[in-house]
Write a protein that binds this ligand. Structure first.
Ligand SMILES: [Zn+2]
Ligand SMILES: [Zn+2]
Length: 140
């Protein structure tokens, strides 16, 4: 819901999280500034003014941010969103509107507990899981 990044707890308040590369920081700030899910080329467009021209630069920064748990990639829409959790989490659930760009990340309490035994029975160790729930948002 809060896409302005203020749920990120850091010593600098609204500033970018610590430990980012210069380009990760640029991309992160662009995404926070937009407040909406963004495609890689939109981020690239937004960064052209600051001298970032190579798509690889943006993809590498997005990969880095995703690995740090600060953003998520939505496969269905091929967009990236800022994580609204204060720390990396392995189970991710998104409500994705089919009518507009709205994506809301939600917490489903107990999902881990529900899912884990089934994976274990299959001899499977869960690393991450992402559920993209498609439908219509409140405003549509
Ligand atoms: Zn998240
Ligand atoms: Zn909508």
């Amino acid at each position: 819901m809060a896409m302005d990044g203020c749920d990120h707890e850091g010593p600098d308040g609204d500033d970018a999280p610590l430990g980012l590369t210069k380009n990760e920081r640029r991309v992160w700030e662009t995404m926070v500034g937009s407040g909406e899910p963004m495609k890689a080329y939109e981020i690239l467009d937004a960064l052209k003014g600051s001298g970032v021209r190579a798509p690889m630069t943006v993809y590498r920064a997005l990969d880095g941010l995703e690995a740090k748990g600060l953003i998520h990639k939505l496969e269905g829409k091929n967009t990236y969103v800022i994580c609204n959790h204060s720390r990396p989490h392995r189970l991710q659930v998104f409500l994705v509107c089919d009518e507009c760009p709205t994506v809301t990340e939600i917490d489903v309490k107990g999902l881990d507990t529900l899912l884990s035994p089934f994976a274990r029975d299959a001899g499977f160790k869960i690393e991450t899981a992402r559920l993209e729930v498609r439908g219509r948002c409140e405003g549509c």
